[in-house]
Design a protein around this ligand. Structure first.
Ligand code: MN
Ligand code: MN
Length: 498
């Protein structure tokens, strides 16, 4: 019998010369990507950690069995009902764009499995596609049983099928990154930037929180998914090496673009989720601290290792670590009725923690706004905390232009082909300018309002978003906060808004 290392290369890496068609016909540039290079340039493509189909199937079976075992042991309704209600919102927030986003990632992996330029890459991507289907099935399975106690879990499946604003932002991001990208662009954008970098934050840092929030089922699912991600993320490095040799500018652009796009979407989902939705005693670190550990340091190291420059907007990015998700969270709370989950105002203990974790910004800029919202609720009622107009949306990331930095509104505009575009930030505008043909004809929700394709008022928009009354986001405690009628958490009376 052959030993593993005697047959593995034949199973994972087997390329041959085409006789009846040209290589260009088998791997057209439109689908395989640019620069188009003969296979000779790709022949050393090699993934550090190798797997065969047989090993894969055996491992995955065991991983699935262990998730199901945890679910059977501690994932019953009664166990779920014991979780902190704000943590449950966090889980609902996470599942909605991610579950079917993973399914879209299967499309990206399958494109690489057919059009990737080396057989070892195609083998790894074939397993990657199976991974992403599993990452769709696991959260859908977990969320399905929870619909009975909270219809908001239905959004694990429904979200990406709607025109809800955050759903459009997620789709726009996924489409650019992998659903509508060729094999090379997908390898650099999805596997190198997103999976090698950002999914650590989503799956490793969030796992630490799930553990502390005593949500063993969510924790187990995230850990299990991450082991797949780190395997198929290996596609990024060897592909980047080849592109850097032949078109380093293209590589630098795709990485700079995608690092920003990931930052935008993840600060909304994970940033607000970690610092506001996760119960205080389940936060081992702040979002900024996790970002510094898992993204900033690691990305700097990676850039050095590959001889890449840091993105040109690096200083802007570092500055945003102290404010962007705090600004955005105010928007999420205020526009809660456009979402499928509930949000709470920060408690006095939350505020104390936020002041300590963000000493340069939180107390000075964000706390007075939360105090103002709390006072408005107390003195005038909930209606005084709700908006009546639609916000402006970025023509690139599709998110509200709500990433205000202290003393600076980051929104900017661009006139292109007779149309005026608005952006949440200069990096979003820069991305648009690099690929206007790809992005210019898209209409964001506000553009659709002006074109008469979407309702002009907030109530109409909520319906158009398919947010039904049973899932509509509310204040998690309906304003019943023990601290609301007394203090702002620092012992002083909140000034009346009147
Ligand atoms: Mn995945
Ligand atoms: Mn993946």
């Amino acid at each position: 019998m052959l030993k593993r290392d005697e047959w593995l290369d034949l199973a994972r890496k087997l390329d041959w010369t085409f006789r009846y068609v040209t290589e260009e016909e088998v791997f057209p540039e439109e689908l395989s990507g640019a620069p188009w290079l003969p296979h000779e340039a790709w022949k050393d493509w090699d993934e550090p950690y190798k797997d065969s189909y047989r090993e894969y199937v055996q491992n995955q079976l065991e991983k699935d069995q262990s998730i199901l075992a945890v679910r059977d042991a501690v994932g019953r309704m009664d166990d779920i009902k014991k979780l902190d209600p704000s943590w449950v919102q966090m889980v609902k927030f996470h599942h909605a764009p991610i579950s079917l986003g993973e399914y879209a990632a299967a499309t990206g992996e399958l494109r690489m499995a057919r059009f990737g330029r080396d057989s070892a890459w195609r083998t790894m991507a074939s397993l990657g596609a199976l991974d992403e289907m599993r990452h769709t099935q696991i959260p859908l399975l977990l969320a399905h049983q929870l619909v009975r106690i909270d219809p908001g879990f239905d959004w694990a499946h429904k979200c990406l099928h709607t025109n809800q604003w955050a759903s459009i932002a997620a789709r726009h991001f996924f489409d650019d990154q992998f659903t509508a990208a060729n094999a090379i662009d997908t390898a650099l954008q999805l596997t190198f930037v997103f999976e090698t970098g950002y999914t650590n934050l989503e799956f490793v840092a969030l796992t630490a929180m799930a553990d502390k929030a005593e949500d063993s089922v969510f924790e187990k699912a995230l850990t299990s998914i991450q082991t797949d991600e780190s395997r198929h993320a290996q596609i990024g490095g060897p592909t980047l090496e080849v592109i850097l040799k032949h078109d380093p500018e293209r590589a630098q652009y795709l990485l700079d673009k995608q690092f920003w796009r990931c930052w935008r979407i993840i600060l909304v989902l994970t940033g607000c989720g970690m610092d506001y939705l996760t119960p205080l005693d389940a936060r081992p670190q702040s979002y900024k601290e996790f970002m510094q550990e898992w993204i900033v340091d690691q990305y700097i190291r990676q850039c050095e290792e590959f001889g890449l420059k840091l993105p040109w907007y690096w200083d802007t990015f570092l500055e945003e670590l102290d404010c962007a998700h705090h600004s955005f969270m105010l928007g999420l709370y205020t526009y809660r009725s456009t979402m499928w989950l509930d949000y709470a105002m920060p408690s006095p203990d939350d505020k104390k923690w936020l002041r300590e974790k963000y000493p340069d910004t939180w107390e000075r800029y964000y706390e007075p706004i939360w105090d103002h919202i709390a006072a408005a609720w107390r003195d005038k009622g909930e209606h005084a905390t709700l908006p009546y107009t639609l916000p402006s949306l970025c023509n690139l990331c599709q998110l509200p232009t709500a990433f205000i930095r202290p003393g600076k509104n980051t929104a900017c505009t661009l006139d292109y082909n007779g149309r005026k575009y608005i952006f949440c930030s200069e990096p979003c505008r820069w991305i648009f300018q690099q690929e206007p043909i790809k992005f210019a004809s898209h209409k964001n929700v506000i553009d659709r309002v002006f074109a008469g394709e979407a309702p002009t008022d907030l109530q109409g928009a909520i319906k158009w978003f398919e947010i039904t009354p049973d899932v509509m986001g509310r204040d998690l405690y309906q304003g019943e906060y023990p601290w609301l009628n007394g203090t702002n958490g620092k012992g002083a009376k909140v000034a009346s808004a009147d």
